[in-house]
Design a binder for this molecule. Structure first.
Ligand SMILES: O=[N+]([O-])c1ccc(OS(=O)(=O)O)cc1
Length: 536
C-alpha cells in the first residue's frame, strides 16, 4: 500500500525512462542493450557508462568483474535465420574500446541468444548448427516433419579467447548426440520415449510443425559449484541441465563426467509431455526464458529462477518462478520411473497482483534476484523493467527509450515504437567492475528528459535527515524541519487522495483528518521528499 501510494505520489507522467523510483528499490546500476548501444544506468535512468557496437544485440550482454563488457551481436547471417540470432561476440574495455571480437557464424553454424562468461575467462556459446535432411532422418526424424529440408542442431561450445580476434574451442556438446525416437525402428536410437527421460525425442514438436528451428534454445547459464549448465528451450517449453565436467567425447555419449551420464540430460522440467511423462495439464512452462541459479549469498541461493512467458496458453500471462529441483545429493536430480522430474509446485511465483493478464511478454525477458530480496523483472517485449519487493510492491519502473525508430523523447508513446530488450541486469555498487571508475551520472537516454520525481527521491535518500517531521505520531499539527525553504506540503491518504495542503509554511494542521496513516509530500527548494506520518 505504501508503495502504491509512493507510486502515485512520485510518478511523474513519464512515458519512457524512469517511471518510478522509490526508496525501496535496490540502488545499483542496470545494464541492457538496445540497437547498437549498451547502457549502464542508475535508478534515475541517467547513463553512467555506454558502449557502442556496429551491430544490434545477438542477444545477451554482461559487465565483467574487471569492468569490461562482453556482448553477443547480430551479424545478419542469411543462411540461418530466426528470432534471436547473433554470430559474433565482442569484448570492450570500460572506456568503450573494442579489445576482442570473434565470429561464430557461417553457412552451417550460428551463435544465437545467449553466451556465458566463465570465471577462467572462457565463454560458453550457444549455437545452432545445420543437420542435413539425411542426418536428421538417420537420427529418426519423421521425414514429413522437415519443412526446410534440414534441421537445426543445438550446440554448446566453450571457447578460450586469444589475441584480438581468435579463440579455441575447448569443449563441445550437441543435442544431436542425445536423441531418442519411436518412429523408425531401423535407426540406432529407436526406443521407448518414456524409458529415456535423459534424452530428447526428435519427433516431439511442442505443438509446432516441422520448423527447422525446432528447439529454439534461448539461454545458457552455468553453475560453477555444480559444474552444470542450464538451457531453456522455448519450443519444447522445457529447461534442461547438463554436465559440464565431461570431456568432449564424454559429452557426446551417455557415460562419464562427475554425474555419470555423459552429455545426456541430468534434469528437465516444464513440459513432461516431451518425454511421455504427463499431459498438457502437467505442463508448467510456456516459452520461458533465462533459467539460472540464484547466486550464493542472495535470498533463495542455489535455486533456479526463471521467467515463464506464458506464451501459448489462454489467457496469456507471464510469471516469475523460483523452483528447487529435487536432489538426492548436490547436483544429482531425483527421478523415479515414469514420474516427471519435480518439483510439482514452485517455491515462489509472481504474477501481476491486480490482474494477471496485465503482465505478459510473448518473447525475450528475464528475472533477477537482488541482494535485498527484491526481484528485477525485464518484460522484454515492451522494453519495460520493473522491480518488486518481497511483498510484490512495484518499487522501481523503467521503459527503454531506445527504439527501432530512434531514441524516444519524454512524452513519446513507447507502444508505437518497438523498444524490445532481451534482458536487464542490475549490478550492485560494490561490484568489482566499479572499483576506481568515474560513475558520475550523465544524461538520461531519452530526449527532453524529466527527472523531477526521481531526482527528488534520490536526493531525499541522500539527505535522509535533512527533512524531518515532528511530532510523529501526532494528534493535530505536524511540523517540518528543513535546512531549506518549504514551498509546499501536500497530505495524501493511503488511497492516494490528496486530503490537505499548505504553501510557504513549515507545518500543517491534520485536525480535520481521521486517525490513520498519511503521506506528506514536502517540496523544499524545488526538491520533493515523502514522509509517512500517523494521525492518532
Ligand atoms: O525479435 N527478436 O529480436 C527476437 C524474437 C524472438 C527471440 O526469441 S526468444 O526465445 O528469446 O523470445 C529472440 C529475439
Amino acid at each position: 500500500m505504501i508503495c502504491l501510494l509512493l507510486s502515485i505520489i512520485t510518478k511523474a507522467q513519464n512515458t519512457v525512462g524512469t517511471i518510478l523510483n522509490t526508496e525501496d528499490s535496490f540502488g545499483g546500476y542496470t545494464l541492457f542493450t538496445a540497437q547498437t548501444e549498451t547502457y549502464l544506468i542508475n535508478n534515475c535512468g541517467e547513463v553512467v557508462n555506454q558502449w557502442t557496437s556496429q551491430y544490434p544485440p545477438g542477444n545477451s550482454v554482461y559487465l565483467l568483474e574487471d569492468g569490461s563488457l562482453l556482448r553477443a551481436c547480430n551479424v545478419g547471417n542469411t543462411h540461418i535465420q530466426f528470432g534471436g540470432t547473433g554470430g559474433r561476440i565482442e569484448k570492450f574495455d570500460w572506456d568503450g574500446n573494442l579489445t576482442w571480437e570473434f565470429d561464430y557464424s557461417n553457412t552451417t553454424m550460428l551463435q544465437h541468444h545467449d553466451i556465458f562468461p566463465m570465471d577462467n575467462g572462457n565463454i560458453l556459446v550457444l549455437a545452432a548448427t545445420e543437420m542435413t535432411s539425411e542426418e536428421a532422418i538417420e537420427a529418426g526424424r519423421d521425414p514429413s516433419k522437415l519443412d526446410n529440408g534440414r534441421l537445426l542442431n543445438e550446440q554448446v561450445v566453450e571457447i578460450e579467447p586469444s589475441g584480438t580476434n581468435s579463440a579455441t574451442i575447448v569443449w563441445e556438446w550437441n543435442i544431436k548426440d542425445h536423441l531418442v525416437q519411436d518412429f523408425d525402428s531401423t535407426k540406432d536410437n529407436y526406443g521407448v520415449i518414456s524409458e529415456n527421460p535423459n534424452k530428447l525425442d526428435i519427433n516431439y514438436l511442442g505443438g509446432l510443425s516441422g520448423n527447422e528451428n525446432w528447439l529454439h534454445i534461448n539461454s545458457i547459464q552455468y553453475n560453477k559449484n555444480l559444474d552444470q549448465i542450464v538451457l531453456s528451450s522455448r519450443h519444447m517449453n522445457e529447461i534442461y541441465i547438463i554436465d559440464h565436467s565431461t570431456t568432449t567425447a564424454q559429452a557426446a555419449s551417455s557415460t562419464g563426467g562427475v554425474y555419470g551420464k555423459g552429455g545426456d540430460f541430468l534434469y528437465r522440467w516444464g513440459n513432461p509431455q516431451a518425454y511421455d511423462h504427463g499431459t498438457e495439464s502437467d505442463r508448467k512452462l510456456f516459452g520461458q526464458h533465462y533459467p539460472h541459479w540464484i547466486p550464493e549469498g542472495l535470498p533463495y541461493a542455489g535455486k533456479l529462477i526463471l521467467f515463464n512467458n506464458g506464451f501459448g496458453r489462454v489467457p496469456s500471462f507471464s510469471e516469475v518462478f523460483i523452483i528447487t529441483p529435487p536432489t538426492t545429493s548436490p547436483g544429482v536430480y531425483s527421478y523415479s520411473q515414469n514420474v516427471a522430474f519435480g518439483p510439482t509446485s514452485t517455491d515462489y511465483t509472481y504474477t501481476d497482483p491486480n490482474n494477471e493478464t496485465e503482465f505478459f511478454s510473448r518473447i525475450l525477458s528475464g528475472a533477477q534476484m537482488l541482494p535485498n530480496g527484491n526481484i528485477l523483472i525485464c518484460d522484454g517485449d515492451s522494453g519495460y523493467f520493473f522491480e518488486i519487493d518481497s511483498n510484490e510492491n512495484t518499487v522501481w519502473e523503467y521503459i527503454n527509450p531506445s527504439s527501432s525508430n530512434g531514441i524516444l523523447s519524454q512524452g513519446d508513446n513507447p507502444n508505437e515504437n518497438p523498444n524490445i530488450v532481451f534482458r536487464a541486469t542490475r549490478y550492485s555498487p560494490s561490484y568489482s567492475a566499479f572499483t576506481g571508475r568515474d560513475l558520475t551520472p550523465g544524461d538520461p537516454i531519452e530526449l527532453n528528459p524529466n527527472l523531477s520525481g526521481c531526482e527528488a527521491l534520490s536526493l531525499s535518500e541522500v539527505k535522509q535527515n535533512s527533512v524531518s517531521v515532528y511530532p510523529n505520531p501526532t494528534t493535530n499539527r505536524i511540523n517540518i524541519k528543513t535546512q531549506g525553504t518549504i514551498d509546499s506540503i501536500e497530505v495524501y491518504d493511503v488511497m492516494g487522495m490528496r486530503v490537505a495542503q499548505n504553501k510557504n509554511t513549515n507545518g500543517i494542521d491534520l485536525n480535520n483528518l481521521k486517525s490513520g496513516v498519511y503521506f506528506l509530500n514536502i517540496t523544499d527548494n524545488g526538491k520533493l521528499t515523502t514522509k509517512k506520518v500517523i494521525k492518532q
